[in-house]
Write a protein that binds this ligand. Structure first.
Ligand code: CXF
Ligand code: ZN
Length: 363
């Protein structure tokens, strides 16, 4: 029984921005009050891990244990933890859900105000680290999860208990990417049956948006990507039309979407993290009710240019959403059940666009 004791295990550490991860022995301290120590069963790679791995400017903090898309089993719990016990299968989630604050109690927000989301190097509540290396040096956390470690400590506000029968390689994807995409269509946009959706970027998030839009009954799902192979892949998730943005020589993507749809898409999703694409997505939306949801993570400080005249006259809306607008503790079990009941499909693959990054990370 390791409860209450430090655990020595292996973790992948990033010591300097953009440098290959190194597998080292680390010490994981026991969980403090309202914390849970988790044995990681499966972790996947989200593009945000790559973004922050490379990031040289603030908030770049190293040495750090990345990874935030995972599933694990509770090894031990700290004081004042009543929601989970040792042996429970859990998903750690970067977005907190305290269940008590104004936002958590409202169905209009998933942005907990008791534990406000930030890209912190520490545990959420007491702002210290639970990791040290074998020289006693502090290792920093990432997105309150740090799943590239055999054991990690996570605040109970960032943990959702799930059905232990869920296959681990699917469960871990519900920890960030798949939930964010499916949730964006379901909660952030509330896509209605019979509508037209345009998705900018068919990576893990964009494909999950397509799956969510298909489940909501969207009639037409237009995928936009620079990689033609994404059309065939996208069809598996409900993509009905495809625009290869590299082929739009004398037209913008929004002009092509306007021609295809007549009036524009009812819902647009930006899943790349490029402000110019947010503008294109907004321009592709139908006047009067069109809604654009920003999901892509751009460089900190990147700015948008929109004509205030157009915003005024078009009646369109533009919104951002973390975790697709889902509330981790109540919505994740619904997504897990839908997966187990074979309603929602979750696919596991290696994306071409990430393969070179994965090789770098593991070299
Ligand atoms: C992102 C959202 C924007 C801040 C960093 C984390 N979510 C997950 O990958
Ligand atoms: Zn992520």
């Amino acid at each position: 029984n390791t409860a209450g004791m430090p655990i020595r295990c292996r973790a992948a550490i990033v010591r300097k921005p953009g440098e290959p991860l190194v597998i080292e022995e680390v010490i994981v301290a026991p969980p403090k009050s309202r914390e849970v120590r988790i044995k990681i069963i499966c972790t996947s790679l989200c593009h945000s891990d790559v973004t922050f791995w490379k990031l040289e400017h603030p908030p770049a903090i190293f040495p750090r244990i990345l990874g935030h898309e995972a599933v694990g089993v509770v090894e031990s719990v700290g004081e004042d933890v009543h929601e989970v016990v040792e042996g429970d299968t859990v998903i750690p989630i970067f977005l907190p859900d305290c269940g008590e604050c104004t936002d958590c109690l409202s169905n209009k927000s998933n942005l907990c105000s008791k534990l406000p989301f930030s890209v912190s190097p520490y545990m959420d509540r007491d702002k210290t680290s639970r990791f040290t290396d074998m020289n006693g040096e502090t290792l920093y956390h990432f997105l309150f999860v740090s799943s590239f470690s055999e054991y990690t400590v996570v605040d109970i506000g960032h943990v959702t208990k799930i059905d232990p029968q869920t296959p681990p390689n699917r469960a871990c994807l519900l920890s960030c990417g798949v939930s964010t995409g499916v949730g964006a269509a379901w909660k952030a946009a509330n896509v209605e049956a019979g509508t037209t959706v345009a998705i900018f970027g068919l990576g893990a998030i964009g494909l999950a948006v397509a799956e969510g839009a298909r489940l909501c009954g969207a009639k037409r799902i237009i995928g936009v990507d620079v990689n033609q192979d994404k059309f065939d892949l996208g069809k598996k998730f409900g993509v009905t039309d495809f625009i290869n943005s590299r082929d739009c020589k004398d037209k913008t993507v929004s002009q092509v979407i306007m021609e295809m749809t007549g009036e524009g898409a009812d819902y647009c999703f930006e899943c790349v993290g490029m402000s110019s694409l947010v503008q294109e997505a907004y321009a592709s939306c139908r006047k009067g009710w069109g809604k654009t949801v920003v999901l892509g993570v751009d460089q900190p400080g990147a700015k948008l240019t929109l004509s205030s005249f157009e915003v005024l006259h078009s009646g369109k809306s533009l919104t951002g959403s973390l975790f697709g607008g889902l509330k981790p503790k109540s919505d994740i079990p619904i997504l897990v059940k839908r997966y187990m009941d074979k309603v929602t499909r979750i696919w596991v693959f290696r994306f071409l666009s990430l393969t070179s990054e994965v090789k770098l990370l593991l070299s």
